[in-house]
Ligand binder design. Sequence first.
Ligand SMILES: C[S@@+](CC[C@H](N)C(=O)[O-])C[C@H]1O[C@@H](n2cnc3c(N)ncnc32)[C@H](O)[C@@H]1O
Length: 277
Amino acid sequence: MTEDALGRPEINGRSFYGYDSSDVQDSYTGRDIEVEAGFILPHLKSGMSLLDCGCGPGAITFGLADVVAPGRVVGADIEPAMIEQATRLAAESGVQNVEFSVGDIYDLPFEDGEFDIVFSHSVTEHLSDPVRALRELHRVAKPGGLAGIVKTDWTFPFIVPESEGFSKFFELFEGGFNRIGGSLNRGRYLGAYMREAGFEVIEVRNQVSNAFGETTVITAERFISWLDNIPLFQESVELGITSESELDAVRAGMREWAAHPDAYFSLPGVRALGVKR
Ligand SMILES: C[S@@+](CC[C@H](N)C(=O)[O-])C[C@H]1O[C@@H](n2cnc3c(N)ncnc32)[C@H](O)[C@@H]1O
């Protein structure tokens, strides 16, 4: 594994995360603002300025921009492919109050106290130092401003019926994140991280995504597309941690799970709200 000019991890010249692949980006374009960001909506008012850091292709950002319009909304992401797609979608949709720029959450190109609201969804799990990232969000928030952060914690997913394929998928995915110092199962510490970063923490809650019925096939196929497009899985083969035949068995196992009439899937995360005093 190497790093590109921006310090992003890459494997064989491709982004470690694989977010440059359109299949993986598609996982994020269908985000529902009520599900993913409902906890912050009651705190938003028309005219507020808002930063969505690690915005991906911007599905959540657009929803937030609608709520605070005509307030200024900025989506920042370290991955240029994400920003290109978000910028294109913004132009197509005609949303006026949103802009997107490439930026690293550790070193944001914004002034101290620039935003009323700082938001970040499913980003800090990629980082070896989430507290440093949250300190940077604290810096760009206004005094009295609010932070809404969501972080995965996949230690206890409900996978019914049990599926060796799914369990192996999560084991390989977590192992890859660990290799860059990130973690998919530290969401439970989010409140502590935010307090350490300087926020007064006012709420910490579980936030869960579910799949049952027809959404099980969508869920399984989404994760299979990650297997095919996220380089950390190929790296796991190169490192001898897994093999192509085991990955084939993982794909088959996930499809078999999705076809089961009782298939149920529930993946937890943690969300927290904090204030900059
Ligand atoms: C799992 S995606 C989430 C995208 C979006 N927030 C959502 O929930 O739909 C994680 C995003 O974080 C971005 N990211 C990872 N490390 C980052 C960093 N150091 N600074 C800014 N963005 C980063 C990735 O490029 C990716 O777009």
